[in-house]
Unconditional design. Structure first.
Length: 349
């Protein structure tokens, strides 16, 4: 029987993709009559305002990386002790080499110092998972939502045949009156420099597209300013910065979206827009957004690919240049044509 009338903590979701991918399972747990707390980063706390939660028995707890400020770990311990949870289910998203060893230790301390009846559940293929009460085998080639489902099914928290609702946003794709929409939205940012396309390739992409195509670059000013400087003033190109929720609304109303291997690739995937994501250092089968809704553009050319590292050991990160502007432009133009927008390449030769 699935869990019912339990207090369940799900965590610890630092990245946008990690958080969004866990929401369908969290909603299923709520639907079954549980009380669910999700431990998330500040960015995800803001993003949660746009989520269609199953009911009011959801609680969101902000946490900061342990390295971000002194006492962050102790603050998280205090919050977890106060929750009086029956279960803590640790996100099974991380590959072993980048999984946290601090979280298993912290949860072990919470259990043995204050909450002896607490059960901690997590993936067996992560560092110090021996400290968990239940260790489940999770295939790390699955998309992130499937990893969450597999872990919870193995733990017995949800039914094996449960159908998850993947429509997690309250936002509609129809533009409001007077709101500007764009044919193509590009989100050039990522959590690491190694995952970002060079600015010169963005310029080549824009120069290969029809000048009537309405294009928006979306991100923080530090990401957009160098691109704007490289492109110069173009009547059909806009640069948009704002809150996370503002950015989600822009993505929701775009027919086609291009992202890097970033959290916003998962935003686009869950919104159901036509979406392309560029990969270089990361194996797209290890961290895919939603393969049924997204196209991963990736070329494994270099012997070091994929490294799945946070920084390039060779200090060049040319893996992100293996998918070139011509290939990306071809995919975008084909997608727009299929949607009936009908733009063509400005330089077909």
């Amino acid at each position: 029987m699935p869990w019912k009338d339990k207090s369940i903590v799900m965590g610890f979701y630092q990245g946008i993709g990690d958080f969004l991918s866990a929401i369908p399972v969290a909603n299923e747990l709520l639907r079954q009559g549980n009380r669910v707390s999700m431990v998330v980063s500040r960015t995800n706390l803001e993003l949660a305002e746009l989520v269609a939660w199953e009911n009011e028995h959801i609680k969101l707890i902000e946490f900061a990386p342990f390295s971000s400020k002194p006492g962050a770990g102790f603050a998280l311990m205090r919050d977890l002790i106060r929750l009086k949870a029956d279960y803590v289910v640790v996100s099974p998203h991380a590959q072993k080499r980048v999984s946290s060893w601090k979280l298993p230790v912290l949860l072990w301390m919470v259990k043995h110092l204050a909450r002896p009846r607490l059960k901690v559940v997590g993936s067996a293929d992560e560092r110090l998972s021996g400290l968990y009460d239940q260790r489940m085998t999770v295939d790390k080639q699955l998309d992130l939502t499937s990893r969450e489902r597999v872990l919870h099914q193995a733990a017995g928290s949800v039914r094996d045949n449960c159908l998850l609702n993947m429509n997690i946003f309250t936002i509609t794709r129809s533009p409001s009156n007077g709101e500007t929409t764009y044919d193509l939205v590009i989100h050039p940012g990522a959590s690491r420099d190694i995952k970002m396309w060079p600015i010169a390739l963005h310029r080549e992409l824009i120069e290969s597209l029809d000048t009537d195509l309405r294009i928006a670059f979306l991100g923080v000013p530090a990401e957009l300013s160098p691109i704007e400087d490289a492109l110069g003033q173009r009547a059909n190109v806009a640069y948009l910065s704002g809150s996370v929720t503002d950015a989600v609304r822009v993505v929701a109303r775009a027919p086609v979206v291009l992202t890097m291997d970033s959290g916003f690739s998962h935003v686009a995937a869950f919104l159901g827009v036509r979406h392309f994501a560029l990969f270089g250092s990361t194996d797209p089968s290890a961290y895919p957004p939603r393969p049924d809704r997204s196209t991963m553009l990736y070329r494994q050319v270099l012997p070091c690919q994929p490294c799945n590292l946070h920084t390039c050991p060779f200090d060049h990160a040319v893996c992100m240049q293996q998918v070139g502007p011509a290939e990306v432009a071809e995919a975008i133009i084909a997608a727009l044509d299929m949607l009936g927008i009908g733009h063509v390449a400005a330089h077909p030769d």
